[in-house]
Design a protein around this ligand. Structure first.
Ligand code: SAM
Length: 222
């Protein structure tokens, strides 16, 4: 038991009411200390069911969104998963409990570095972090059994889709800057099968096959 046990259990109850039924996803959320992935001054809000700022104009996603996206990947434990947008590393830590290997790409070096510290301290040994443009996927580790994009894309980046194995699933928010449709895309020989599962709002997926850079962070971050 710790000071966050109560809020964490209340969050799990809320997620169940919101339709999260995958027991492995619920167990991962119950096990990963979200308070470690938020800035110190926001620790008391770590189990509020909301997105929170993590610096660099980026956010740690709302727990419900982390849960529903993880559930939509339908992981059984043996998959190699690509995550685009490491951010705080919280979703990465959840995925590390749900699959065999997570390859996670983040464009902002400082976020990747702080995520690496938390993931190492939590003993997430099956995670590989990279800094780069995740709209290009991560070719050295392709193909992937499942892919999760955690930033809003104008369209499905074709390099990412191309790195999904046949039969695999890609979960991605697609839309404009204000609002996106959360899409589940299954890759079949006959082409992609796309389901829209609801509206969401993410920060922008910025890169060659995403939105153009418009925040000046590219230069300051290297
Ligand atoms: N899953 C994260 C978490 O739990 O903290 C939240 C991710 S945040 C909503 C989206 C992240 O995607 C940001 O850290 C942003 O810098 C990153 N991002 C945006 N465009 C990217 C790209 N082309 N490649 C890799 N990361 C990108």
């Amino acid at each position: 038991m710790d000071e966050f046990s109560g809020p964490r259990q209340r969050l799990i109850a809320t997620l169940k009411k919101q339709g999260i039924t995958d027991e492995r996803v619920l167990a991962a959320i119950a096990a990963v200390p979200r308070e470690r992935f938020v800035p110190d001054h926001l620790r008391t809000k770590a189990y509020d069911n909301v997105a929170l700022p993590i610096g660099q104009e980026q956010t740690i996603s709302q727990p419900y969104i982390v849960a529903i996206m993880s559930q939509m990947l339908r992981l059984s434990g043996n998959e190699k998963v690509l995550e685009v947008g490491t951010g705080s590393g919280y979703q990465t830590a959840i995925l590390s409990r749900l699959c065999r290997t997570v390859v996670s790409v983040e464009r902002l070096p400082s976020l990747s570095q702080s995520a690496a510290i938390q993931l190492r301290e939590l003993g997430c040994a099956n995670v590989e972090l990279h800094v780069g443009d995740g709209t290009l996927g991560w070719q050295p580790s392709a193909p992937f059994d499942a892919i999760l994009v955690t930033a809003g894309a104008p369209d499905v980046p074709s390099p990412v889709y191309n790195q999904l194995r046949l039969g695999g699933r890609l979960v991605i928010p697609v839309g404009d800057e204000e609002s996106q449709e959360l899409q589940v895309i299954e890759k079949h020989k006959t082409g992609p099968q796309i389901s829209d599962v609801g509206t969401c709002r993410f920060v922008k997926l910025i890169g060659d096959a995403g939105w153009e850079v418009d925040d000046g962070l590219q230069n300051s971050e290297g």
